[in-house]
Design a protein around this ligand. Structure first.
Ligand code: SME
Length: 159
């Protein structure tokens, strides 16, 4: 990863995860560090699957403009598609993808990374940028590693 901020943030997230009291606090720490240090991450949010209503993603800690999409069925949006497919999705130009659910008119590109606790998908990290094609292989590696830290935390602290 060429951006030194990625390594630093991952080191900080790993350290925070060792002492975090709950997953929401860890997610809050992630969005806070990303929004402070990554200028092309204009909206960052965790969507987690509702334990009482499987098949629906619920907005959890986020940074950026408030969104109307606080609950997203896994059959809808780029967010739903990432869970349904079980892999990272990068959209270089959101206007070119009919699945895209608009959050802000300023958003031009998006990356969504599933979070796994063991083999089970439990949620995802969603990042939007005001620039087209803002997300490359380094962003993918960085966010997938971040998702792995959060997923491992959830797997280890499940009731
Ligand atoms: N763009 C997402 C919806 C979430 S908002 O961007 C915050 C989607 O297409 O699923």
């Amino acid at each position: 990863m060429s951006n030194p901020q990625f390594q630093q943030i991952l080191a900080d997230v790993r350290r925070f995860a060792e002492a975090a009291t709950n997953a929401t606090a860890l997610e809050e720490f992630c969005v806070s560090r990303m929004s402070e240090n990554l200028p092309h991450y204009n909206w960052i949010g965790f969507y987690m699957l509702d334990r009482n209503e499987p098949g629906v993603l619920v907005l959890c800690p986020f940074r950026g403009a408030p969104t109307e999409h606080v609950r997203i069925p896994v059959t809808e949006g780029i967010c739903g598609a990432a869970v349904a497919q079980g892999n990272t999705i990068i959209i270089n130009d959101v206007t070119s993808d009919p699945r895209y659910l608009a959050c802000s008119l300023e958003t031009k590109s998006e990356i969504v990374v599933p979070i796994r606790a063991g083999a089970e998908i439990v949620g995802e990290i969603d990042v939007d940028s005001h620039s087209r094609s803002a997300f490359g292989p380094d962003d993918r590696v960085f966010l997938e590693e971040c998702a792995a830290i959060v997923g491992d935390y959830i797997a280890e602290h499940r009731d």
